[in-house]
Design a protein around this ligand. Structure first.
Ligand SMILES: [Cu+2]
Length: 451
């Protein structure tokens, strides 16, 4: 019910109202699933405002459990950030809560449930509770003809001994955190899914993306998955990546494949210069054939939608940055992530510096301080690490330097290392976690506190 202005108990109408309630999603004719969504839409209503505006969002909870709505990528106070760990109050079952904050910074943000799900795969990020939140800058050059929002998702999650996300590790990967002795303990259950979609439709079930030769289409890609990293391509076309996690990159580059991890956003412009009917889709056949794709149809073209695998390419965040030097940090904070394998019938647990969340002593920040965070991933899974309420700048990925790339989520590959700089300019409790729900729920979180 976005756009409609419901009066609130406090009088003034909200700019947006989100109603959390059970809903059905017709992924395709005769493929209807049941989930929880925002205002009966998946993705939820597009929230779009001008940067710097103070906005009011009323959240109505028509379910039997408390909920939290997190404004991902926004620089907002802990009280409204939507994380229980930071002290944001919940939206009570059958209750309502008013969130008020200034919409900043400009760029592709999003909002989603931040409720722990644990073993219940019908809560939190496993549900349809996610939506785009666009914050428009006053000086957007608008160098495109069409703008589309594409959220990558899976549905009907279940626990499995197979990790669907597994991509054959490249022997050329540096893996600086790989231990000398391999861990032979048996892995625990992973989260899998039989159905994939872009927005609320399986490939071929929704309206195609209609384009004309010469058009420049701005694609806002969001990985709203609870569990999987995705790689997408559009045969015969290149993506000119202009922003990562909503923040303009210093060196836009054209690539054949976009890799995007849970929580991340990629904004890319595609020049439509290859008339035909194509599939913009996931690289893995199983994901695409299970629905992750959308047909791109040029005007006056009627052929069957075509897919061809893209040229072999490797996603590398560092190419979108510069070689500028970084100011020296005031302090370096090492964070080591390890897996405690759950065995065949259990769930893996996760350690941050040797302990599962909660930690008796939080990581301390001093306002105005410049911190270098070094993420050591000593596990055989990749992890998208998300910092709430702050942006950080990429410094090094697996030893490769870069500068000028601002993000709120960074993927640290299996046995990899990422270094980021964070300026502590947002006082208040700050949650840090892996954006894969079943990692976050089983220990992969930490709190930062301003001293
Ligand atoms: Cu993880």
């Amino acid at each position: 019910m976005t756009g409609t202005r419901e009066p609130n108990a406090t009088g003034r109408a909200a700019d947006f109202t989100l109603r959390i309630a059970p809903m059905l999603v017709e992924l395709a004719p005769q493929v209807v699933i049941s989930t929880i969504g925002y205002s009966n839409k998946v993705p939820g209503p597009l929230l779009r405002v001008r940067e710097g505006r103070r906005i009011t969002v009323d959240v109505v909870n028509d379910t039997d459990v408390p909920e939290y709505v997190h404004w991902h990528g926004l620089l907002v106070p802990s009280e409204v950030d939507g994380a229980e760990e930071e002290g944001t109050p919940p939206v009570l079952p059958h209750g309502r809560r008013r969130y008020q904050f200034v919409a900043r910074p400009a760029g592709s943000r999003w909002y989603h449930s931040h409720t722990a799900a644990m073993m219940d795969l019908h809560r939190g990020a496993y549900t349809g509770q996610f939506g785009f939140f666009m914050i428009d800058s006053a000086n957007d050059p608008g160098l495109y003809d069409q703008e589309v929002f594409l959220a990558l998702r899976e549905w009907e999650y279940y626990l499995s001994t197979v990790d669907q996300d597994e991509m054959a590790a490249d022997p050329n990967d540096p893996m600086p955190e790989k231990p000398a002795k391999p861990d032979f303990r048996q892995n625990g259950l992973e989260v899998s899914a039989p159905l994939y979609s872009i927005n609320d439709k399986l490939l071929g079930a929704g309206e195609p993306l209609r384009v004309r030769p010469g058009q420049r289409v701005l694609m806002h890609l969001l990985n709203a998955s609870a569990a999987q990293i995705h790689r997408v391509a559009l045969p015969g076309h290149k993506f000119q990546v202009i922003a990562l996690d909503g923040n303009s990159v210093p060196a836009p580059q054209s690539v054949d494949v976009i890799e995007i991890a849970p929580g991340e956003r990629v904004d890319a412009i595609v020049e439509m210069n290859q008339p035909g009917v194509w599939i913009l889709g996931e690289l893995r056949d199983v994901a695409r054939q299970s629905g992750m794709g959308i047909v791109v149809e040029y005007a006056n073209q009627q052929e069957r939608a075509r897919w061809t695998p893209p040229p072999k390419s490797r996603w590398d965040h560092t190419i979108f940055g510069t070689t500028a030097p970084h100011p020296a940090p005031d302090q370096t904070i090492d964070m080591v992530f390890e897996k405690v394998p759950g065995g065949p019938n259990g769930i893996n647990h996760w350690l941050v510096n040797g302990k599962e969340y909660p930690h008796e002593r939080e990581f301390l920040l001093r306002k105005g301080g410049r911190y270098r965070l070094v993420f050591h991933n000593r596990s055989d899974d990749s992890h998208p690490l998300h910092m709430h309420r702050h942006l950080f700048e990429l410094v090094e990925l697996n030893g490769k330097p870069t500068a000028g790339i601002k993000k709120d989520t960074v993927i640290v590959p299996a046995f990899g290392r990422a270094t980021v700089d964070l300026v502590a300019d947002q006082p208040g409790l700050t949650l840090f976690h892996c954006h894969i729900q079943h990692h976050m729920d089983f220990g992969f979180m930490a709190l930062f506190r301003y001293a």
